[in-house]
Design a protein around this ligand. Structure first.
Ligand SMILES: [Zn+2]
Length: 121
C-alpha cells in the first residue's frame, strides 16, 4: 500500500468527534441523533458501510464512569454535602454527558473504520 492510499487516522478521529465526514470534514455523518447517513452530503462518500454495533455505547459508558467517579472523590474530600443531593446531581450530569458523548464516540468509530478501510470503506 502506498502512502497516497494512507488515510490520516488522527484527522478522521477528530472529524468523527466533531460529527463531520471523515473524508472531507464538511458533511455530517449522522442524522436523527445516531443514524448513520448513507452518503456524505458534501463529498458523496458512502457512509452506510459503518458497522459500529455496541462499541460506542460501551466506550461512552467507560468514559462517563472515568469522569464521574473521580468527581465523587473530589466532592467528598473538599465538601460535606448531602449524599442524596450528590447522587441525584451526578446522575443528571452523567446522563447529560453520556447523551452528549455517544454520537461523538460513534463518529470517532466511523472515522477509525473509514481511515482503516474496514467494512468496505
Ligand atoms: Zn464528505
Amino acid at each position: 500500500m502506498s502512502d497516497e492510499n494512507e488515510r490520516d487516522k488522527k484527522q478522521a478521529v477528530i472529524r468523527g468527534f466533531m460529527l463531520k465526514c471523515p473524508s472531507c470534514g464538511v458533511g455530517k455523518t449522522l442524522h436523527k441523533y445516531l443514524k448513520v447517513k448513507d452518503n456524505c452530503n458534501h463529498c458523496g462518500i458512502e457512509l452506510h458501510h459503518a458497522s459500529v454495533d455496541d462499541g460506542p455505547a460501551y466506550f461512552t459508558l467507560m468514559l462517563v464512569v472515568a469522569i464521574i467517579f473521580p468527581l465523587f472523590a473530589v466532592i467528598y474530600t473538599n465538601y460535606d454535602p448531602n449524599p442524596l443531593f450528590v447522587a441525584l446531581s451526578l446522575m443528571v450530569v452523567a446522563t447529560g454527558l453520556a447523551l452528549w458523548l455517544l454520537p461523538r464516540v460513534k463518529g470517532v468509530f466511523i472515522g477509525l473504520q473509514w481511515a482503516s478501510r474496514l467494512y468496505g470503506f
